[in-house]
Ligand binder design. Sequence first.
Ligand code: HEC
Length: 178
Amino acid sequence: MVKGILVGAVAAALAGAVAAYVFIAAGVLPANADGKPGRLEMWAARKSLRAAIRREAPSGPVTVPLTDENLRAGVRLYAAECVVCHGAADARPSHIAGGLYQKPPQLAQDGVEDDPEGRSYWVVSHGIRLTGMPAFGKSLSETEVWQLALFLKHMDSLPPAVEGAWKSVPSQAPASRL
Ligand code: HEC
């Protein structure tokens, strides 16, 4: 009886593995970047991202102080590293942003001001697997990633001295063809 159940379970696992192989090898698993993500894919990606962030994002106080200087450094870094995907103050997507799968949020419009800085710190350091979101933890210093996180947190409520710098970051959106 137990042996029968075991043989059945192994056979079912093998059949599942073969079906998964055929699904992938036959190209049924979508490989294109111009489709819409399925519900199951969205659910699995969001669920595992949330769990990783909950487990690993720093939750203590931000060690880089909220000063105009640090916010301005965040704007400068954003202009150099992020604007091509996440847009400038006009929130208009570049061709690169429009062609990516998943679509990067245009942060001037769909920003992350409500998220704790530690969450943005984690995302910028580690990136998001199987999306265009790169991991910057090896190319930027810890202070620079915190400066970016501070800027993202305060993007919609910048002090006037920094607001000017943000508004003058050039948009990467294509010129209108009208
Ligand atoms: C090559 C494109 C690309 C670049 C460059 C890029 N990102 Fe992203 N980013 C993405 C994509 C795509 C997503 C959405 C991933 C997803 O759907 O889970 C994302 C997601 C994010 C998120 C999470 C947004 C949310 O709503 O939870 C943050 C924060 C973020 N990026 C910040 C940055 C910062 C800061 C930089 C620059 C240091 C940057 N990104 C550079 C593509 C990019």
